[in-house]
Design a protein around this ligand. Structure first.
Ligand SMILES: [Zn+2]
Length: 311
C-alpha cells in the first residue's frame, strides 16, 4: 500500500460543468482511493471502485450515487494515481467533476509523483485467470430508452457503429498489457491501434510518461455543440480537448502524435482498470472500447472467483 507523503493540490475547470474546481489529494491509512465532496456537507466517502461506478455519461467515468454525492470524470486522475503507485488516498473535491487540466493525465501524474516516496511497496495484483468480454451491445441494452436514443443520434452524427468490445484474458500474470484500437469514419483518426505494457518497473512508468500521459481527450466540434445544448461539455475548449473539424480530416489544435487519439484510450483504460482496487494483470483488448465497457468487463471478471486470483 502506498499513499502520498503530503497534500497535493490541483485546480482547474470541469469539462462538462465548465465550473472552477479544486481538489486536494490527502494521505490516508485506509486501503483504496476515496473521494469526499467537501461542497456537500455530511456526505460519505465515495469509493472509487468498479461496483460504485454510476452512470458513465457516455464520455466519462463517474463514481458514487447518481442521485447523491458523486464525482465525474475520475479516469485521468485514477490513471495518474495508479502510475504513481498510489493505492491509498482521500481526494477532497469541491465540485462534481475533476479538473480537466489539459485533457491528459500528465499534469495529474507530475503533481502526484512529486509527493510519493520511491519505495518498493507493491500494489495488490488481480491476476486474470479466465477470459471475460464486455460488448457494446450489452451496454446499449442496459440503458434507459431515452439515453439509447441520445446515443443513437450521437453515433449517427459521428457515423459510428456500436460493435466494440473490451476483453480481459490471461497473460503471464505479471503485467497489464493493453491493446487499444479505434476505428472512426473521420480520416484524421481512421484506424489506429496502440499497445502499452505496465509491469511495475520504472522503465514502464517512464514509457507511460513519455509516450502516453500527454495524450489528450478528443471530440468532434459538431458533437460539442450537441453536448453543450444538453448541459455537457461546457468547459471544453481548444486548451483541453483535441477538436476534430467537421470534415473529419483535420483538427483545430495541433496534435502531439498522429495517433494521439488512441494513446488517450490507453489512459482511460488504465484509469478504469484501477477501479479494480489494484493492478489488473492480464491482456486488455479494447476494440472501440468505452468507459461503460471497461466497467462491465471488471464486473464480469469479479462476478466469478474462478476468473481471477488476488496476490
Ligand atoms: Zn479520457
Amino acid at each position: 500500500m502506498k499513499t502520498v507523503n503530503k497534500e497535493v493540490k490541483i485546480s482547474g475547470q470541469g469539462i462538462h460543468s465548465g465550473l472552477p474546481v479544486n481538489l486536494v489529494i490527502k494521505p490516508s491509512d485506509k486501503p483504496g482511493i476515496f473521494f469526499r465532496r467537501v461542497d456537500m456537507a455530511g456526505t460519505d466517502l465515495i469509493a472509487a471502485v468498479y461496483d460504485n461506478v454510476g452512470e458513465t455519461k457516455m464520455r466519462n467515468t463517474t463514481v458514487g450515487m447518481t442521485d447523491g454525492a458523486h464525482v465525474q470524470t475520475v479516469e485521468h486522475l485514477m490513471a495518474a494515481l495508479f502510475m504513481a503507485g498510489v493505492d491509498s488516498a482521500i481526494v477532497e473535491i469541491d465540485g462534481v467533476e475533476t479538473p480537466i487540466l489539459d485533457g491528459s493525465a500528465a499534469q495529474f501524474y507530475d503533481a502526484i509523483v512529486a509527493a510519493v516516496d520511491a519505495d518498493k511497496s507493491k500494489m495488490k495484483r488481480i491476476v486474470v485467470k479466465r477470459e471475460v468480454t464486455a460488448h457494446a451491445a450489452e451496454i446499449l441494452k442496459q440503458l434507459p430508452w431515452f439515453v439509447r436514443i441520445q446515443l443513437w443520434i450521437m453515433n449517427k452524427i459521428a457515423g459510428r457503429k456500436s460493435n466494440g468490445f473490451v476483453k480481459l484474458s490471461p497473460n503471464d500474470g505479471k503485467s497489464l498489457d493493453i491493446k487499444a484500437t479505434l476505428i472512426y469514419p473521420e480520416k484524421i483518426i481512421g484506424n489506429q491501434s496502440y499497445e502499452y505494457s505496465f509491469d511495475g518497473t520504472k522503465k514502464s512508468v517512464d514509457v507511460f510518461r513519455k509516450d502516453v500521459a500527454r495524450a489528450r481527450t478528443f471530440g468532434k466540434y459538431s458533437e460539442w455543440e450537441y453536448l453543450k445544448k444538453r448541459g455537457m461539455g461546457r468547459g471544453a475548449n481548444e486548451s483541453n480537448v483535441i477538436a476534430l473539424n467537421d470534415a473529419g480530416d483535420g483538427t483545430l489544435n495541433e496534435l502531439i502524435w498522429a495517433d494521439e487519439f488512441v494513446r488517450h484510450k490507453i489512459i482511460d483504460a488504465i484509469g478504469d482498470m484501477f477501479t479494480s482496487g489494484g493492478m489488473v494483470c492480464g491482456n486488455l483488448e479494447s476494440y472501440k472500447g468505452s468507459h461503460a465497457m471497461n466497467n462491465l468487463v471488471l464486473k464480469k471478471l469479479f462476478s466469478n472467483p474462478d476468473n481471477y486470483d488476488i496476490i
